[in-house]
Design a protein around this ligand. Structure first.
Ligand SMILES: NC(=O)C1=CN([C@@H]2O[C@H](COP(=O)(O)OP(=O)(O)OC[C@H]3O[C@@H](n4cnc5c(N)ncnc54)[C@H](OP(=O)(O)O)[C@@H]3O)[C@@H](O)[C@H]2O)[C@@H](O)CC1
Ligand SMILES: Nc1ncnc2c1ncn2[C@@H]1O[C@H](COP(=O)(O)OP(=O)(O)O)[C@@H](O)[C@H]1O
Ligand SMILES: [K+]
Length: 496
């Protein structure tokens, strides 16, 4: 896991490193600029490309000036610098780097409030206007400049953060940003990079190490942690010698309806491929033929005999394609089992919120954004949504899996884990049903809910990434199921 820091914590890590390494702050800026330049050179190998570097007068701008000098030293001979002199203050390290730039053959233009901006004639823009110091929405001259640069429609590479995107907190829907093709960010991704609102600010981000004190960073109290492959290898257990199907638990999937039987099949199939020793699908009888044809490994039970099967189950999923006519309240009166509630079960919960009190502790809810808002109220931004999820997870002692490109996994203690795997090729119907089947299988195998959740989300996205890397621009949910076992093996075998 890696701590994701607030901008205030990042400044603390910055101050701590300066004081204890020790290193002068201008030298830390140099290190950050060099890390940026190395990453930039990987992205843009053509040294003849014309580059415009736009700098503010804070430390982000200071980084930009150092980047200009270093790029020139690395053979990029066509660099131009613009300085936005819209603020009365300039940082000390900015001033030091400006003085150093005077010895380089780099043209520098300065722009003051109300100045006209010339046409952008360069091919690449480096955005060093504002970074983590952003403290209000862009307006006035800043906004004018950002609009002018956006209108140039050349690829922009942001230093640390695209100008106008807050590092954390609410990203207002009215916020305007300097659109970056890529952001090269220092030490840690910023929290807002994981919110869908950041799509307005950038396509991609790369994280570069600038040598801040990692031990200090990891000891800071952080509400948000980013999951890594090594965490998954730490959690995953191998299949044991002399084990048999009884070793790996029994998953019960309560799902499916006339027009949505596929959801039940996908969920049950994902359970089989995720290693549950036995999987039983509790579906309407009309789905039996399809179930046997598609996944003969899965057993069937009619809704009428649910109670007996519930007794035998080690974990239960309720919801995919279920419809809204089942009696969820009645099911919640059966003995407590590790439980996953998804799709229609979440809608039933939203219709009768008093059922939240009946959920066994550590039940896992897997809403996408709309299901979440139906359950817990409308939200106009992801910062608020994630914070509501934290409060509700603590209040109801549940795990909430708030699904998206980066899925937020919120634990009953309020800790949030961010899943880094997955890609837009997975944005197709049935993907959530697969996740529910995977989660249930891991619960059935005895993984505690927190581990089962992290494992399922990571492996789900990782299977999608694997298929995308093999050339699948769109991934049907059935293909993802088939890729689970090899993804599992690849995670176990990999050492990265
Ligand atoms: N570990 C680290 O953290 C390291 C960080 N480094 C670099 O430092 C960057 C942060 O630098 P920074 O703190 O000087 O702030 P920056 O983003 O340049 O803004 C400058 C000033 O602009 C102002 N301002 C804000 N919003 C505004 C708005 N909407 N419209 C107009 N003005 C606005 C505000 O001034 P104020 O309004 O408070 O007077 C703010 O202070 C960081 O992103 C990274 O690139 C590395 O060098 C080394 C390691
Ligand atoms: N762009 C994306 N990047 C990564 N994962 C995605 C993306 N789009 C969808 N997914 C994943 O696919 C699943 C979709 O869930 P859901 O919306 O419930 O699907 P469905 O209801 O069709 O089964 C989630 O786990 C989500 O994280
Ligand atoms: K920037």
């Amino acid at each position: 896991m890696k701590n994701i820091l607030t901008s205030e914590q990042m400044r603390e890590a910055d101050r701590h490193t300066i004081a204890t390494e020790p290193i002068a702050s201008v030298d830390l800026m140099e290190r950050a600029a060099l890390a940026f330049v190395k990453a930039f050179m990987q992205l843009h190998r053509d040294k003849n490309v014309s580059i415009l570097i736009c700098c503010g007068t804070g430390n982000n701008g200071g980084d930009g000036l150092a980047v200009a000098r270093l790029l020139q030293q690395h053979g990029y001979d066509n660099v131009t610098v613009w300085i936005a002199r819209f603020a009365s203050r300039q940082s000390t390290d900015f001033a030091t780097n400006l003085a150093k730039l005077h010895y380089c053959p780099i043209p520098v233009s300065e722009f003051f409030p109300s100045d006209e901006f010339p046409a952008v004639t360069q091919s690449i823009l480096i955005d060093a206007l504002l970074g983590s110091g952003l403290n209000k929405l862009l307006d006035g001259d800043w906004l004018r400049l950002v609009q002018h640069l956006n209108a140039a429609r050349i690829p922009s590479i942001a230093v640390d953060i695209p100008t106008g995107l807050p590092a954390d907190g609410i990203v207002p829907s009215t916020a305007q940003m300097l659109y970056a093709r890529e952001a090269i960010t220092f030490q840690r991704p910023k929290l807002s990079f994981f919110f869908p609102e950041s799509a307005k600010a950038m396509d991609k981000f790369h994280v570069v190490d600038i040598g801040l004190d990692e031990v200090f960073i990891e000891n800071l109290p952080a509400d948000f942690k980013l999951v890594e492959a090594s965490d998954i290898r730490g959690i995953l257990r191998g299949r044991k010698r002399f084990s048999h199907k009884g070793t790996y638990g029994h998953a019960l999937i309560i799902a499916g309806n006339t027009h949505t039987m596929g959801a039940a099949l996908l969920c049950a199939g994902a359970s089989v491929y995720s290693g549950a020793g036995l999987t039983t699908a509790c579906i309407p009888a009309e789905g039996l033929l399809a179930l046997n044809a598609r996944y003969p490994e899965v057993m069937y039970t009619p809704r009428e005999t649910l109670a007996e099967n519930w007794e035998d189950a080690d974990a239960v999923a309720v919801g995919p394609g279920l419809g809204l006519t089942v009696d969820l309240q009645h099911m919640l009166e059966y003995p407590a089992k590790p439980l996953v509630l998804d799709a229609d079960a979440l809608t039933l919960l939203a219709r009768n919120k008093s059922l939240m009190k009946k959920l066994p502790p550590n039940s896992v809810l897997t809403p996408h954004m709309k299901e979440f808002d139906r359950l817990f109220g409308e939200h106009s931004n992801w910062w608020d949504r994630v914070n509501t999820a934290r409060r509700r997870a603590v209040q109801h002692q549940t795990v909430i899996v708030l699904k998206n490109q980066y899925t937020f996994m919120i634990m009953p203690d309020g800790q949030v884990y961010i899943n880094p795997t997955g890609n837009p090729a997975m944005a197709s119907g049935g993907m959530g049903d697969v996740l529910t089947g995977m989660l249930t299988a891991f619960l059935a195998q005895g993984y505690p809910p927190q581990e089962a959740t992290i494992l399922a989300c990571y492996m789900h996205g990782s299977a999608g990434d694997r298929l995308a890397a093999e050339g699948m621009a769109v991934i049907p949910a059935t293909e993802l199921i088939a890729a689970i076992p090899v993804t599992w093996d690849a995670i176990v075998q990999s050492n990265c």
